[in-house]
Write a protein that binds this ligand. Structure first.
Ligand SMILES: [Zn+2]
Length: 466
């Protein structure tokens, strides 16, 4: 079983909740199973020479699971008669070496109570009409174990599912004169009819503090802005899921969101959502968080440095580039949202996040954290997110300010003909050519930017990484 979630930066003992583990041979007889004596999240099967493994089954009590995992964003959730939200990593085990095989299609079949709607974030196995709700049974195909574990499953009568197809045609027509600062030429050159099946799944236990229509519309706009930013849709379907649940107790923490290849889960702290009386700042912070987590479907899910992928599921990997995953990921979300605004509003939007988020948060850390070299602090933060968030906040903010410095340097040296976005798109194209499975190296990093913009970003890198 996994004990770690990519981008979770924590260790969670999901294997503790595996019960009734049974293996059977092809003739139906039981095969002996032994749990790892050294405490690892693994079991071995003792097959006789004439036995062939046929099935493995286990159960997970989601109530116990949710009670035992104190970081609400790392747990699956169950509410009797109302809702189940499943984080794939927390329930899907694997047979070694499935976790390391790139092409190993796996079928997921989900059955729920009769009449319960089900939403999977995987592409469906059948030619289901996009947007058509599935009840009682649903199935999907994953490319390999990582894609299966990265899947989320939502079901229950209390969830609200909205389907919104987004096509490039539509985005193209919506451009107004005030938005022509966006790289229109690039869009025209690469113009291809593409569409995205976009879903918003919302489960809230506080309907007064989370306006479902408003949250849905903000999600759609954030995704559209990111599609324009990246000019590339590397996924055929995408789900924004939102959960606002009553805290189980004061030991459990909520409010942190999580990204996946084809989805994200926005965990909203109870009572802190958005509604018609929310202020402008509350709404833009809420939407910025949506944009940031949707943005992760490109970076780092499809553009990453070493140790993000292939992922080590049983331990928390040490990663020295969280400043890129999270810091650049924050700056890009801000940049994509700002670019879609009229120029005067765009400037104000940028300044708001640079001042109130990146600069403010970088200064929150105590001196010893501020003095740590960024790659070293990133390695420390790799497993401390749920324990000491000061580390992650400082890495993220320093990374965002590095992205800002790099963006300004590129714009200054190219008379605003190029920006950070050109370098990021260049890197994504490189990753796409490598099927989104090869990590980039820090030796490649400045070369990518040089190729894309003809600007040497090494001085900025050296300044922030030293
Ligand atoms: Zn993030």
């Amino acid at each position: 079983m996994p004990r770690s979630v990519p981008s979770g930066y924590a260790l969670e003992f999901y294997d503790s909740y595996v019960d009734n583990l049974i293996a059977k041979s092809s003739d139906g007889s039981l095969i002996t199973i032994k749990k790892d004596s050294a405490g690892g999240p693994r079991w071995s099967l003792e097959c006789a020479s004439n036995e062939t493994l046929s099935t493995i089954s286990y159960s997970i009590n989601l109530t116990k699971h949710e009670q035992g995992i104190l970081s609400g964003y790392d747990a699956s959730k169950i509410r009797q008669n109302r809702y189940i939200g499943i984080l794939g990593y927390s329930i899907f085990g694997y047979l070694e070496p499935m976790d390391e095989v790139e092409n190993l299609p796996l079928m997921l079949i989900v059955q729920s109570l009769p009449e319960w709607p089900i939403h999977l974030t995987l592409p469906p196995t059948t030619n289901r009409v996009p947007g058509q709700q599935t009840y009682s049974t649903a199935s999907g195909i994953a490319k390999n174990y990582y894609h299966l574990a990265d899947t989320q499953v939502f079901m229950g009568p209390s969830m609200n599912v909205t389907y919104i197809p987004i096509s490039y045609d539509e985005l193209y027509q919506q451009k107004t004169k005030s938005q022509l600062s966006f790289d229109q030429n690039l869009i025209e050159q690469n113009y291809i009819q593409r569409s995205l099946s976009f879903y918003v799944v919302i489960y809230t236990e506080d309907i007064d503090n989370l306006d479902v229509d408003m949250a849905t519309n903000l999600s759609v706009q954030a995704m559209k802005n990111l599609l324009l930013y990246y000019n590339n849709v590397p996924f055929p379907l995408y789900t924004v899921a939102m959960e606002m649940t009553k805290p189980l107790d004061d030991k459990h923490s909520y409010g942190i969101s999580m990204e996946h290849l084809n989805s994200c889960t926005i965990n909203i702290e109870y009572g802190s959502g958005i509604h018609k009386n929310s202020t402008k700042d509350q709404i833009r912070i809420f939407q910025y968080n949506l944009a940031h987590h949707i943005q992760h479907a490109w970076l780092p899910k499809r553009l990453f440095s070493k140790f993000y992928y292939p992922f080590i599921f049983e331990l928390t990997p040490v990663i020295d580039t969280i400043w890129f995953n999270e810091g650049f990921g924050q700056y890009i979300a801000m940049d994509a949202m700002a670019r879609a605004l009229p120029l005067n509003e765009s400037y104000e939007y940028r300044q708001y996040f640079i001042k109130n988020r990146f600069e403010y948060k970088v200064n929150l850390a105590p001196l010893f954290i501020k003095q740590m070299p960024l790659p070293y602090l990133s390695m420390i933060a790799s497993s401390l997110f749920s324990i000491d968030v000061r580390t992650t906040i400082n890495v993220n903010s320093r990374g965002a300010l590095m992205a800002k410095d790099m963006d300004e340097l590129i714009q200054l040296n190219t008379q605003k003909q190029k920006s950070l976005r050109d370098g990021i798109i260049y890197m994504l194209n490189w990753s796409e050519c490598n099927s989104y499975i090869i990590p980039f190296t820090m030796e490649q990093f400045p070369k990518f930017f040089m190729n894309a913009t003809n600007v040497d970003v090494s001085p900025v890198l050296e300044k922030w990484l030293q």
